[in-house]
Design a protein around this ligand. Sequence first.
Ligand SMILES: [Mn+2]
Length: 338
Amino acid sequence: MLKRGPFVHVQQWFSIFSSRNYSKIGVIGAPFDKGQRKEGAALGPSSLRQSGLIKHLESIGCDVHDFGDIDYQPTREEGTVKNVRNMKDVIAFNEKLSQKVSQIIKDGRMCLTLGGDHSIGVGTVHGHLKAQPETSLLWVDAHADINTPVTSNSGNAHGMPLSFHIKELTEYQPEIPGFEWHSPMISARNIAFIGLRDVEPYERLIIEKLGMCALSMEEVHGIGIKEAVKYALSRIDPRNSRHIHVSFDIDALDPLEAPSTGTPVRGGLTLREGTELLRSVHRTGRLSAVDIVEVNPLLGSASDLKITLDAARHLAAAAAGYYPGGWAPKGVTDIPQS
Ligand SMILES: [Mn+2]
């Protein structure tokens, strides 16, 4: 039996508040996996839907509109950009995605994008910034994804999306034919990383040169996830005034929590930390876009996939403000009698 006291009142207030705070969500699928070599991440949106992610959001009280998938057939033509594999497809896919994300946000819905590999962050962040230029970005990831085509070792676009968005990196980008629709629209001071644990030397150099807020797993471990999120938001949104975009790579979670992904790294966030992170951002009232990327249904066993899809569903619910303490039925104050 719970004691009556201030703590219980706080919980009650919070649950009453939460139960009224239904999220309006627009879901867009981004079935694209040409930003890296492994096939399968393009099947992410369909397997996330099949796993009941959208039904789950509805069951917790969200008003969800599913806008379907971005319709795109990869050309598989090699582009003319040195050291970026499939750049032509990356550019064409993301142009469509950017437009859709803008439209969903302008319609007043939180845009939930289901990836796809992380190269789709080119379109989601661009589309968000077009709709809401005053936006800060939380990049939740084991990797920094901030290579330019010049610094990249792999030539994989999923390791570069951030570099394309950052104003301070403009002069370090090569000419990219067909990419004229895109321009860098965010300053490095409005971007923070959480969950880093596999950062390449040139990526670290960029982070340091630009003075970016980068919380690796060491900092998360040191101060705890709640403080880490609070600190990151205070750095990238010091006046509590900006919209917030969370680009959540499922590989930010530990492989024990999300094994079906292309570039897993041990020592990651627990699912509890991931959901706490998203709930914290939701509580600001300014979370307007979330990407969940790099779920690859072709990797791992059936049980690995189920664990990964479950994790993604919990993350989506947390972003929508799901309160794990539950809600009493709306408008009912008494326990029914026989
Ligand atoms: Mn990533």
